[in-house]
Design a protein. Structure first.
Length: 349
């Protein structure tokens, strides 16, 4: 593993042409570079000889995985830029007092929100596609680890690369979606406050118009001509007030519809985030199970070694006991033979 010169975060390059060329290095996000020669050197170690065959599959498996990772990172970077732009425009809309500028900002927010929704949906589908590409390899590796009950902690390079890339994509996407949901909620609150202020203004206009009508009806007796002149003077003003009222009501209805659409999209994005969170949790549980099975296998091996040593010690103890018994018997027979020899010699004298 090396830090390549000139590699930038989020860049994914395979070969010289980016997707099909032959090269000695695989570049990944976070500025990491995996050298095929390093993998081959690791494969020559005695403890990992049998696992080295997996490393030769890196180039073959990554041909369909790396391009999708590269495209997904590009979409995530674009999504991050759009989320920042949405936040900046929503803040500008919040502190803008001109109605024309507010409408302009509102149209921009609608467009950007639609773009963010489409990008989020596309990224979510790409992450699911990457899971379909990687999952068979992960399942094969996990099943082999469970069947073989290996005591070493070696993990093939293609497994580490695939899991790290997939988890990084999921966590980055989740972080951006949570950030956008927070910005959307703030924007919705601003729209609701603006809606309440506008509704209060409309109610005040209606009250003023009703008061003018009541004042006209309660006016002291005047000539018909003066009455007609007063009505003619108030009529254009009332029509103008009603026209403004209709425009504000239409604007309020448009804002209310924007709030409803935004609420629905926030709900859908929260569902995407929850699905990714559950997927990450499931992978963590699988990793914990693999580690538990590996630890259990290691404990079984250690217990078997201890039992084997105990059996050897028992065998050695029995062997030593038999040797002592034979030595004692030989000594006893030798002493007995000497006694008999002395008895025979003494009897002859």
């Amino acid at each position: 593993m090396r830090w390549p010169n000139g590699a930038t975060q989020g860049s994914v390059i395979v070969g010289e042409n980016g997707r099909g060329g032959q090269s000695n290095q695989l570049y990944w996000p976070f500025g990491l570079s995996f050298d095929r020669h390093d993998v081959d050197e690791d494969a020559q170690l005695p403890s990992t000889t049998r696992m080295a065959s997996f490393d030769t599959r890196i180039e073959m498996e990554c041909k369909s995985f790396l391009p999708e990772v590269d495209d997904t990172w590009s979409l995530i970077h674009q999504l991050s830029k759009d989320v920042i732009k949405f936040r900046e425009i929503s803040h500008a809309y919040k502190y803008e007092h001109s109605e024309d500028e507010q409408k302009h900002y509102l149209d921009q927010l609608k467009t950007i929100d639609g773009t963010i929704y489409n990008l989020s949906f596309s990224i979510h589908q790409r992450i699911q596609l990457l899971e379909k590409i990687v999952q068979p390899l992960l399942n094969e590796f996990r099943s082999s680890r469970l069947d073989e009950q290996e005591s070493n902690s070696y993990v093939p390079a293609y497994i580490r690369i695939a899991e790290n890339q997939l988890n990084s994509l999921k966590l980055s996407f989740k972080r951006i979606i949570i950030k956008h949901n927070s910005n959307s909620i703030d924007y919705q609150n601003d729209l609701k406050r603006s809606f309440e202020i506008s509704r209060t203004t409309v109610d005040n206009i209606k009250t003023i118009v009703n008061q003018d009508e009541e004042n006209l009806q309660r006016t002291l007796t005047v000539s018909d001509e003066q009455m007609q002149l007063q009505i003619a003077e108030h009529k254009p003003q009332q029509q103008q007030d009603l026209t403004k009222e209709e425009i504000e009501i239409a604007d309020l209805q448009a804002r209310l519809e924007s709030v409803r659409v935004l609420n629905e999209r926030v709900r859908q994005m929260n569902e995407m985030t929850m699905a990714l969170y559950l997927s990450v949790q499931e992978q963590n549980e699988l990793s914990d199970n693999i580690w538990l099975n590996t630890t259990t296998g290691s404990d079984y091996i250690s217990q078997s070694v201890d039992e084997f040593r105990l059996i050897n010690n028992l065998k050695q103890s029995k062997m030593a006991l038999w040797i002592k018994l034979l030595c004692f018997t030989f000594c006893f027979l030798l002493i007995l033979l000497l006694i008999l020899t002395l008895i025979i010699v003494l009897s002859q004298k």
